[in-house]
Design a protein around this ligand. Structure first.
Ligand code: ARG
Length: 257
């Protein structure tokens, strides 16, 4: 995770961001702290990368790379405003002991790549290029399933789809094109389908350890549906970080050794 020390909204690279509206850094910090505390209470170990001045989106650590099998695949951001985050995260992941693999192709890390069991679901449409999906498959020697996002409000895969355990996902169907929806239906016939209201508070942008789910408390219906499947949920309120277009999952990069 990365503390929102320099958090603000000073440019617009997704429909959630309004640079003309003020943000409250102190509130962002205390809400972020509640997420950090929720992880610690679940016994999850959290590493912290130092925030860099001038990189207000660095708090969205999920975009910093994709880490699996001890390998860190680097991010290459679409917009110049975030590009310096790529090398900063990769250097940090190397210092933690992961084998760094810089990316040739444009990709925004775990924002667009989600591991479900042995398969990696990978999105394109707004940020990551499809070519990065092939690169990902080569680097990790796993099956990579390409999904196409079509709604600009759900510009990263982790805003539209949540992995709950190695076989269970939840998603918002309207965020995907028709072939992607069919592919998701075929692979995950029992998936939880999120409503527009729950998707719009970034309810799907959640973290699950397979038993415990940390998610936006505003996503009431989705939370009940997840609990009905036997998961324990912890609700957090990251309203201030939502102003940058990110929630729980965006603030979290998973480190898989
Ligand atoms: N303002 C950031 C951007 O548009 C938010 C990133 C959210 N991160 C995520 N994993 N969805 O790039």
């Amino acid at each position: 995770m990365c503390r929102p020390t320099h958090f603000t909204v000073s440019y617009r690279i997704n429909p959630w961001m309004f640079p003309e509206n003020p943000t409250n850094q102190k509130l962002a910090e205390s809400q972020w702290q509640s997420l950090y505390d929720a992880y610690r209470a679940l016994g999850i170990e959290v590493e912290l990368i130092d925030p860099i001045p001038g990189l207000p989106d660095m708090v969205y650590a999920a975009n910093g790379g994709f880490v699996l099998d001890g390998i860190a695949y680097g991010a290459r951001f679409r917009y110049p405003e975030r590009q310096p985050e790529g090398p900063a995260y990769l250097d940090y992941l190397e210092a933690l002991g992961f084998t760094p693999t810089p990316a040739t192709e444009l990709n925004e890390g775990e924002g667009d790549f989600l591991l479900v069991g042995d398969v990696i679901l990978a999105a394109t449409g707004f940020r990551s290029d499809e070519a990065s999906h092939r690169e990902l498959a080569t680097v990790f020697d796993r099956e990579v399933v390409t999904l196409r996002l079509v709604n600009p409000s759900f510009y990263h895969l982790d805003t539209a789809l949540a992995v709950l355990d190695s076989t269970t996902i939840a998603y918002y169907p309207d965020a995907f094109d028709e072939p992607s929806r069919r592919e998701l239906e075929r692979r995950f016939p029992d998936a939880i389908l999120a409503s527009e209201a729950d998707a719009t508070v970034l309810g799907l942008n959640l973290f699950s350890d397979g038993k415990n789910v940390v998610m936006a408390e505003q996503a009431v219906r989705l939370r009940a549906d997840i609990e009905a499947r036997g998961f324990q949920t912890v609700g957090v309120n990251l309203s201030e970080l939502l102003l940058g277009g990110g929630g729980v999952k965006c603030c979290t990069l998973e480190l898989r050794s």
